[in-house]
Design a protein around this ligand. Structure first.
Ligand code: ADP
Ligand code: MG
Length: 198
């Protein structure tokens, strides 16, 4: 498997479409345990990203994620903008060639996870997007990432008590709800899995 710039562009464009399609659902999930803006935040960021890609085609694979990171940081309010932004920027920094193989992709996604953990001062088990990113990285290391792995990780956030982000204000009452950021991250990785390699 070889992942190149065009693959990355197709992936992030597919992610953008999935976010637009699920905008209301993401906000509804956030309404239950947060402030109801996650769909709006993500949809804004991804539509700005589509514009950025159209205005200036990224120079290379590294630049795709740099553009994505800078757009999410600068255009998205809330916790999710800086977190996704840092993930994409760290992913960009982990790329040093025009194409990467499966091992390289694993390293890149792992760098994204580390960016979120550092920026969010968070780790797995706190009912955040990390609860999807971490099992995805684990599965990539096992060469066994599937849509089912992603969905299982997302569903597990339901039983967790939030200890980071706005949902943590609810304490025990956050239990029983899916985490919105975990949901949008599941969209990201479903898109990644489904994007055909050129
Ligand atoms: P806000 O919480 O500022 O309204 P969003 O609603 O866009 O921002 O995003 C909320 C999501 O961000 C949560 O569902 C969670 O997945 C993620 N999140 C919040 N805080 C953290 C953190 N410290 N570490 C990792 N993810 C976090
Ligand atoms: Mg919110």
């Amino acid at each position: 498997m070889t992942y190149d710039k065009d693959w990355a562009l197709r992936w992030l464009n597919d992610f953008g479409e999935r976010v637009q399609e699920n905008k209301q659902l993401l906000s509804d999930l956030d309404q239950a345990i947060g402030d109801g803006d996650h769909g709006i935040n993500m949809a804004r960021g991804l539509s700005e990203l589509k514009k950025a890609f159209a205005e200036k085609e990224p120079a290379d694979l590294k630049d795709v994620f740099k553009t994505a990171g800078m757009t999410m940081v600068s255009k998205v309010g809330g916790a999710s903008g800086p977190l996704y932004g840092t993930a994409f920027l760290n992913m960009s920094k982990a790329i040093d060639s025009d194409t990467i193989d499966a091992v390289g992709l694993t390293k890149v996604i792992e760098a994204g996870l580390e960016g979120i953990e550092k920026r969010g001062k968070s780790h797995a088990g706190e009912k955040t997007m990390i609860d999807v990113w971490e099992p995805v990285v684990h599965a990539l290391h096992q060469e066994d990432l599937t849509d089912d792995v992603v969905d299982a990780a997302l569903q597990k956030t339901k039983d967790l008590k939030a200890t980071k982000g706005r949902a943590s204000y609810l304490g025990e009452r956050s239990i029983g709800h899916l985490d919105p950021g975990a949901y949008s991250s599941a969209l990201l990785f479903h898109a990644m899995i489904q994007t055909e390699v050129s």
